[in-house]
Design a protein around this ligand. Structure first.
Ligand code: SAH
Length: 224
């Protein structure tokens, strides 16, 4: 039995009919093929099969995205979900101009956008968003893993050369705010073992950086 929101989506938005087949997911990483048995009130489906979701990227990337202005963060979340991020962690860097007064509300909104985006792009898992971290928590969390640090002042190492040694199973990606990283932050990230990479000769907006990196990782590691 589907919840009221899902029932509404199937019946009134997708206008599905009795007996039609649908693919359901419960955020477990599995997809279920199911058949619609009732459309009166809550939609009832009969599950007919279960398979590992094929929509997840082969590298599980957690993006640490600095909080950015206006609706740019919303846009970043939507595009990161579409391009395959496994999780999104908003964080506050020194140069963040925007500091949400109500962090819970900020995260709730981002999570809702992630859910909508995951449905729209047919992912079997909705990437979790949040809570908002400060920079020291980011350093703590990345300490023992493989971390890609999108650094606008790096001019030598590219993502291609970093991944030429092989693709990790999971990675963290750090993206800075509109004003970039403060020197102390750059130093602390390098000290924590993050690999600084250039995303090329153009300076991208903060919201463009993560989708760009995710697409490149997908190309380099997950396609034949
Ligand atoms: N105002 C800064 C640029 C910030 S761009 C400056 O002029 O130096 C916002 C973030 O996007 C950066 O902190 C970085 O994480 C990422 N980014 C954008 N363009 C990039 C590039 N060419 N290489 C690496 N990272 C980049």
């Amino acid at each position: 039995m589907l919840d009221p929101e899902q029932s509404h989506h199937l019946r009134d938005v997708l206008r599905l009919e009795m007996g039609e087949q649908v693919i359901l997911s419960d955020n477990s990483g599995y997809d279920y093929t199911a058949r619609i048995m009732s459309l009166d009130g809550p939609v009832i489906c009969r599950i007919e099969g279960r398979a590992r979701g094929a929509s997840e990227m082969c590298v599980a990337v957690t993006v640490y995205q600095a909080v950015i202005k206006g609706d740019h963060f919303d846009y970043a979340v939507q595009k990161m979900v579409e391009t395959g991020a496994a999780a999104i962690v908003p964080y506050l860097a020194q140069r963040c101009v925007r500091r949400p007064k109500n962090p819970e509300k900020f995260v709730e909104r981002a999570q809702r956008i992630a859910l909508e985006a995951a449905k729209q792009c047919e992912r079997s898992v909705t990437p979790p968003v949040g809570p908002i971290c400060d920079f020291s928590e980011v350093l703590e969390q990345i300490r023992n893993g493989f971390t890609i640090f999108a650094y606008e002042r790096e001019d030598r190492r590219t993502l291609r050369s970093l991944l030429s040694a092989g693709c990790p199973e999971r990675a963290a990606l750090i993206v800075g705010p509109e004003g970039g990283f403060a020197p102390e932050e750059t130093e602390a990230l390098l000290e924590a073992g993050a690999h600084a990479v250039s995303l090329g000769p153009r300076i991208l907006r903060s919201e463009t950086a993560a989708p760009y990196v995710l697409a490149q990782i997908d190309y380099a590691c997950c396609t034949e």
